[in-house]
Design a binder for this molecule. Structure first.
Ligand code: ATP
Length: 226
């Protein structure tokens, strides 16, 4: 069995005044996709923030390669690509410049070719010279996703990647995430999209107050509809 890349054990998360959901335990290894599902406010983003080392757990642990996560470590930054809820970009850089900066900063060989590929994949090829304020909100979301795909990564963490994407890219998202897993990467995502979940055919963790069950894809879709 392949050693897990990311392991959460009785991970309890919150913002200082008690947990936002029951403790979660899971492991994600190379080739795995795991979805976090649950209603608004059930704790998906909070779990992802703790997994990324951005929020100290209230209890339990989360480890990357067997060591407590620490986003300041170079090994962590080299391994983990994440797209959260926040819109973060440099206002004076074009789409292409953003992606080149990200790829080059992470030491990608021939970043120009990688960036061209990502612009094409995310339907931004006609917007390579636009600054973020000249993009639509969905195009800016595409830019943030593309930035995760132009850098080296062993674990991809996405918070509701379907947000603001049109139907066409939503459909392609499942293929992109499956391809991640097929190339030996791990994917952890939070989602509200049953279509994406079904297309991914991946297990899920249902976040709740009492417990957080591991769900099959079909159970996860039912859980989302509760
Ligand atoms: N910065 C914060 N400080 C205090 N409480 C917060 C903070 N961010 C979120 N919360 C609270 O934590 C709980 C879980 O929020 P979280 O964003 O993790 O939920 P979620 O499952 O991602 O929701 P959604 O589906 O709406 O994105 C909510 O009750 C929310 O009000």
């Amino acid at each position: 069995m392949t050693a897990p890349l990311l392991t959460a054990s009785a991970l309890t998360v919150g913002y200082g005044e008690g947990a936002v959901c029951a403790p979660v335990s899971f492991a994600v290894g190379p080739g795995d996709v795991l979805a976090l599902v649950g209603p608004n406010g059930s704790g998906k983003s909070t779990v992802l923030r703790s997994v990324l080392g951005l929020l100290e757990p209230l209890a339990g642990s989360v480890e990357l390669d067997g060591r407590p996560v620490d986003e300041r470590r170079a090994e962590h930054r080299a391994a983990v690509a994440a797209v959260l809820d926040d819109d973060a970009w440099f206002p004076a850089l074009t789409t292409r410049e953003h992606l080149l900066l990200t790829a080059s900063g992470h030491g990608v060989h021939e970043p120009g070719a990688v960036v061209d590929d990502a612009l094409d994949t995310f339907g931004l090829d006609r917007h390579g010279d636009a600054v973020p304020t000249a993009l639509s909100s969905g195009q800016r979301r595409r830019l943030l996703l593309a930035a995760a795909f132009v850098r080296p990564r062993r674990l991809l963490v996405l918070d509701e990647p379907e947000q603001r994407l049109d139907a066409s890219l939503r459909r392609r998202l499942a293929d992109l995430l499956r391809a991640e897993a097929d190339t030996g990467r791990a994917v952890l995502l939070a989602t509200h999209d049953p279509v994406l979940l079904e297309a991914l055919d991946a297990p899920a963790l249902g976040l709740g107050d009492e417990d957080c069950p591991t769900l099959t894809p079909a159970q996860a879709v039912a859980f989302m509809g509760r």
